[in-house]
Design a protein around this ligand. Structure first.
Ligand code: IMP
Ligand code: MG
Length: 182
């Protein structure tokens, strides 16, 4: 089924909803195994990671709680400027907790480098990164995910929570937004 491609010809499906589902189940199982006997706090990075977090959480068989954080990077469109600003902090104390930051894409690494420093200051027991997508060829900051869904080439993607100018977040598949399609 490629219904998204039918209604929006500028979008090319990169990972279907079924492929995403299978991978999210695997990551959830890995996290469940790695934290056996422990509880975790999933800290979602708004807004892009919200669909990933909600599906991942349902595949983690542990005592889990949620919190959310939001950042904006200066600059618009597809380019990140490297300057990250916190627009919403977590609501709960992370001290002594097993924190997993849940992100949509690890791209240049500026956002997660900033967030890891910020969250480390809250003195968690442990701090790891789960990102749905990883674009290693774009990395500027030396940061790696502990869990990732898929490594992708340098393409701009939308859907399954990810946007271009706030559009396409509700697409069930992850799609490449082709030039001229926005
Ligand atoms: P970084 O700070 O460059 O690692 O950027 C991470 C953020 O940039 C992600 O959380 C996304 O919000 C955004 N981003 C990077 N690549 C894409 C993309 O292909 N589609 C949508 N958003 C992206
Ligand atoms: Mg994001």
């Amino acid at each position: 089924m490629t219904s998204t491609a039918k209604t929006a010809p500028a979008l090319k499906v990169l990972f279907s909803r079924d492929q995403i589902h299978s991978r999210v189940v695997e990551i959830g199982a890995q996290i469940t195994k790695d934290y056996t006997g422990e509880s975790v706090v999933l800290v979602g990075v708004l807004k892009g990671a919200c669909l990933f977090l909600s599906d991942l959480a349902r595949n983690i068989d542990l005592d889990a709680s949620f919190d959310f954080i939001a950042v904006s990077s200066y600059g618009s469109g597809k380019m990140s400027s490297g300057e990250v600003k916190l627009t919403k902090d977590v609501d709960t104390s992370l001290q002594g907790k097993n924190v997993i930051v849940v992100e949509d894409i690890l791209d240049t690494g500026f956002t997660l480098t900033y967030l890891m420093k910020l969250l480390q200051a809250a003195q968690p027991k442990s701090l790891k990164i789960a990102t749905l997508l990883d674009k290693p060829s774009r990395r500027i900051q030396p940061i790696q995910p502990d869990y990732f869904g898929f490594k992708i080439p340098d393409e701009f993607v939308v859907g399954y929570g990810m946007d271009f100018a706030e559009k396409y977040r509700n697409l069930p598949d992850i799609c490449i937004l082709q030039e001229g399609g926005h």
